[in-house]
Design a protein. Sequence first.
Length: 444
Amino acid sequence: MEGSSFSGLGIGQPFSDVLARSGITQPTPIQTQAIPILLAGRDVIATAPTGTGKTAAFLLPALMRLIQPAARKGSGPRVLVLTPTRELAQQVAKAAQGFSQGVPRLKTVCITGGESYRLQNRLLSAPCEILVATPGRLLDQMRGGRIDFSRLEVLVLDEADRMLDMGFSEDVLSIAGALPRDRQTVCFTATLSRSVRQLAAELLQAPEFLEVATQTVRHETIDQHVIYVDDLKHKRLLLNHWLGQPSLGQAIVFMATKRDTEDLAEDLDRAGLPAAALHGDLVQGQRTRTLNRLRRGECRILVATDVAARGIDVAGITHVFNFDLPRFAEDYVHRIGRTGRAGASGMAISFVGRQDVPALKRIERFIGRKVKVTEIEGLAARPRSAERPLSERKPRRNGNEWSRQEVPARAAQDWHRRSKGANPGPGPVGGRTMRGNPGRPTGR
């Protein structure tokens, strides 16, 4: 069915007109596969990476269902979409509102943590057709008796693997247990792990299994590099170099801990590079303001934990830095997917220490390819100590301490020169250039 139109898949008026006005005329592979099955009322478990059009793949059939009269009376939602993060929930809700624009009686409500209970209680007191929520806050509202699921027809688990990784398994099962048993259940996941299969076995009835292997195609627009590093100081020097490159527009730097994101964002901001931190401890208002600053271009560098790896779509992001490699290989795909969006090119750079090599191998197995190893002239990693005479070995820095002397002041100076239209000149580390390396740096 590849190459068919949305109308050929069964998406009719008024949504076909909405899609046409938005310039969306050609279904993606996952939409081509999933839409006819979902319109037929079947349960589906689909493996599809981010950026493949999966949101429209489950929303459009649900909206087609909603323009028909409800089978049961009530004012509660007929479609429930569960997502792992607030950002993704807001993105899905925005898409539902966009697809249903101008269609009467198709109200979408978004319920997530970090928002006012008073505001959410008011939203839930009015009729709605689509409810998009994160599991924790939804359970809170359910325990308060504020949601009527008696007429619910469709349950969607978006990014189910992430929900399980974040410990929401019991919450999802509790929510599903409160829903009508004759519902349609749809599960979208980036990876079909054993835990996802177990969850699907409990919640789905004779599901159709769909798989769209488009990660390689999607990431062909992203220039991926691995740079081997000695220690934390070396990482900071390398980041200093890259942040001063003329090609860098906006960037996301992914780190492992919340505290490190705060420290690095403060250092960058102090050096004159507009930066902000994004992590799970921020309340919703802070996170929304940070993302709005990023979208408006007021924030040039977002320093984030994996909370930002999914559900954020900012066209100006040209670079993604894996300052720390992710724990799970699939998170690498979601991280680098923040750049190279909508056909644009992007660059993803991962700093890899000796202890990170097993994680890098897992990532390469997951994406089905080797990531190009790159050196920066003058900033190459040292040979391993075991290959040097004992008398020449030097004590290594404590990797748990930030080197405040490595704040990228030169990068900030270069940024300010470029913002004023001056010739940017060489990068912040004396014009060092990047050279490709088919193998690891010497001794690594």
